[in-house]
Design a protein. Sequence first.
Length: 65
Amino acid sequence: MYNRIKAVLAEKNKTNNWLADQLKVNRTTVSKWCRNEMQPRVEMLFQIANTLDVDVRELLVSTKK
């Protein structure tokens, strides 16, 4: 499964630890998001997008082609 959070972090040259610090969440939580072991709540998804300075839609994988 493709993970957009992990991909955007790489594109922005940012780390999981950096994102965890910015969002004030546990580093393990971000790691689980990036490994698709769990997904962030919608509210958190918007915070992630804001922190990474991307449109929230860039963090989602389209279900339509």
